[in-house]
Design a protein around this ligand. Structure first.
Ligand SMILES: [Zn+2]
Ligand SMILES: [Zn+2]
Length: 239
């Protein structure tokens, strides 16, 4: 009832094609179907896509011979213009309502990838945190919004269990090594969540996976401070 009333006064528009929509949707079916989804083959460690034909499981050149603390990383969408446009709307234009649409892609990816299944129905969704000062400027944390919406869709438990202990530089212009040192010691566990993390499997949620430095650092904290068992990474976009 309330939704219908809202549709009358504030007709929602598709975030990509501006077509008017109902029922609180913010992405039309055509645009949602046209988004470049990641399917096999992709790197079994970092989710990097591979455009050619390849048989069986593969590891990308970046991952060959390197070790990650996390179990594996997987993304839902390719790092093309439209997915980045949506992330930008969520992050910088304060269109937080699209998190509900975007979480559907996360839920779909979680459902189709057996490796997430193997983590169990009690795997905890934890968002990558923002420093409180940056969160104040942006008015919300995009990873928090995505994880909370994904929890509603999948029934997986959600805990905002990590915090940023200190502000960090924006990572965009840094390479992997610089990112790792920029992030070292930047994350901490929130104490009240500690009892729930012990031996639990975790799915860490973020908007974009680029070099994996954030994923690596959060995993280290979840395992060392939180005593979590396995930590898998699920992001909306593979940057
Ligand atoms: Zn559309
Ligand atoms: Zn890889």
């Amino acid at each position: 009832m309330l939704q219908r009333l809202l549709d009358c006064f504030y007709p929602a528009l598709c975030e990509l094609c501006q077509k008017s929509l109902k029922n609180g949707r913010s992405l039309c079916t055509t645009c949602a179907e046209d988004l470049p989804k990641i399917s096999e083959p992709f790197c079994q460690n970092c989710g990097e896509t591979f455009d050619g034909n390849i048989e069986g499981h593969f590891q990308c050149n970046n991952c060959l011979g390197s070790t990650h603390d996390f179990h594996f990383a997987r993304a839902a969408l390719k790092g093309h213009t439209l997915p980045f446009h949506l992330v930008h709307s969520l992050k910088y234009r304060r269109h937080f309502y699209i998190a509900r649409e975007l979480a559907r892609f996360l839920a779909e990816t979680w459902k189709e990838d057996d490796r997430f299944r193997q983590l169990g129905a009690n795997a905890i969704l934890i968002p990558v945190p923002l420093h409180w000062r940056r969160q104040q400027t942006r008015h919300a944390n995009q990873a928090f919004e995505l994880a909370r919406e994904m929890s509603k869709l999948t029934g997986l438990p959600f805990r905002n269990a990590l915090k940023r202990a200190r502000p960090t530089l924006t990572q965009t212009k840094l390479n992997r090594k610089q990112r790792l040192s920029n992030l070292h010691g930047a994350f901490q566990m929130k104490k009240r969540h500690l009892p729930h993390l012990r031996r639990a499997n975790v799915i860490l949620i973020d908007d974009v996976f680029t070099t994996g430095a954030t994923a690596h650092e959060c995993t280290r904290v979840l395992k060392h401070q939180g005593k979590a068992s396995k930590v898998a990474i699920l992001t909306l976009v593979r940057g």
